[in-house]
Write a protein that binds this ligand. Structure first.
Ligand SMILES: [Ca+2]
Length: 174
């Protein structure tokens, strides 16, 4: 890892304007925001120098969730998440009180071959957790083109399953 690495904020998830719910589970998944941010995280800064806000998180609410349920988030038309410089790691804060999940980020763009990165496996629990994928070979010209969430074990037996997302960041170097 270079000393010049910086953490670049890609989305502070203060609103739900950037992503569409897609994939197999889209019809049962509703996106909203929740007045809660991941605590004890460093305030994020976008590549253009703008500071991210830290008042809200995006919440995904899933009806009739089952083990093996999955959905994706894809950038809304006109939105994109280009990563400046060499992508060294992709990071996301997540809170999943009702289900154990696996989270993947798909990268593509002008540089790299499209590929899916496992960001982490999160056991159902009340606490915010940070998931991350460190790339052994940093890639240039990557965009985040999809986030995928797979439920592996639902622990809540009635009502909606909630999953919260906050601060998607990339560690990059020039
Ligand atoms: Ca936020």
């Amino acid at each position: 890892m270079s000393d010049a690495s910086v953490e670049v904020l890609l989305d502070d998830f203060e609103n739900k304007d950037n992503w569409d719910v897609a994939g197999a589970g889209a019809a049962r998944t509703h996106m909203t925001t929740f007045a809660e941010g991941a605590p004890s995280k460093e305030p994020g800064v976008y590549a253009n120098g703008a500071a991210g806000a830290d008042y809200r998180a995006v919440a995904l609410l899933i009806r009739s969730a089952t083990d093996d349920f999955e959905f994706t988030l894809i950038p809304k038309p006109g939105k994109s998440f280009p990563i400046p410089g060499h992508l060294e790691a992709l990071n996301l804060w997540v809170r999943s009180p009702h289900a154990s999940i696996q989270i993947f980020g798909r990268i593509g763009g002008t540089g790299p071959e499209e590929r899916e990165l496992l960001l982490g496996k999160v056991t159902a629990g009340a606490e915010w957790q940070r998931v991350a994928h460190d790339l052994s070979d940093p890639v240039v010209g990557a965009d985040v083109i999809e986030l995928k969430i797979q439920l592996t074990q639902v622990v809540k037996r009635a009502g909606e399953v909630m999953i919260l997302l906050d601060d998607l960041t990339a560690r990059t170097r020039p």
